[in-house]
Design a protein. Structure first.
Length: 257
């Protein structure tokens, strides 16, 4: 087993120029009976994006790539990444294709959810994927300064922050944060038919969707920079929700697509 982990570590640091199909890497386990076979084509060896490559991408290109990456994630088709190589190549500059505003939740591994390697995504995380000045500044940096083409506001099912907002929790600085979600709760209650309580998954889901829409509205109203970039077609701003059971990301219809 020790030999297996040493060899696997070696595989993770392999640097090759391109994927070579039909080439297998074998590692014998200690019992001398089983063989681990990993095709070179199953190792994610793509280089980090250059400034020129980033510039050629359109917001739609990026969205489609992320949708494809999420499909890989839901099908458990994640490849082994050449992480060490990507760390070295991205050390002197970064040109990610998108920025994702995600909830703090530990069950939503953003880079894996979109099957993306080091240097591909900016990720801003805050409980309830809410908008504040620091988050807006981060999104503006990602797009206006560093050239990201897509802003994704990513909510998720069973969100603890959303549930706490529904329950009107008062606790330290959490109180102020939850106040930013309260308008979504109010909007959801106005049209929801059923028990508008945190123990009702259906209602929590509706509030989650409304909260994503609220964050997008806040981005457009409070960031003239991003609003103008979107108007010019330089970026796209979309809302999405992560399904905790399937791992699928659903793009909300209220977005820019």
């Amino acid at each position: 087993m020790k030999r297996f982990f040493i060899y696997l570590t070696f595989l993770l640091t392999i640097s090759v120029a391109c994927k070579q199909k039909n080439t297998e890497i074998k590692s014998e386990l200690t019992n001398n009976k089983d063989t681990l076979q990993i095709s070179r084509e199953d190792i994610l060896v793509a280089d980090v994006l250059t400034k020129e490559e980033q510039a050629k991408l359109t917001p739609t290109d990026v969205l489609n790539r992320m949708i494809k990456g999420n499909l890989d994630f839901t099908k458990d088709n994640l490849t082994i990444r050449n992480t060490a190589e990507r760390v070295r190549k991205s050390s002197l500059g970064q040109y990610p294709k998108a920025v994702v505003l995600s909830c703090l939740d530990s069950r939503v591994p953003v880079e894996d959810v979109f099957h993306s390697g080091i240097g591909n995504l900016f990720v801003a995380r805050v409980a309830g994927n809410i908008i504040n000045d620091d988050i807006l500044g981060s999104l503006e940096y990602a797009c206006k300064v560093s050239g990201a083409k897509l802003v994704v506001v990513l909510g998720h099912e069973y969100c603890g922050a959303v549930k706490s907002a529904i329950d009107n929790v008062k606790l330290g600085n959490i109180t102020t944060l939850l106040q930013k979600i309260n308008p979504a709760v109010t909007t959801a209650k106005a049209s929801f038919k059923g028990d508008a309580i945190s123990s009702n998954p259906a209602f929590v889901e509706v509030v989650c969707d409304e909260n994503v829409k609220l964050s997008i509205k806040e981005i457009r109203s409070k960031s003239p920079i991003l609003k103008e970039m979107e108007r010019k077609g330089e970026i796209m701003i979309v809302g999405a929700v992560y399904d905790m059971n399937s791992g699928k990301v659903e793009i909300l219809k209220n977005g820019s697509i």
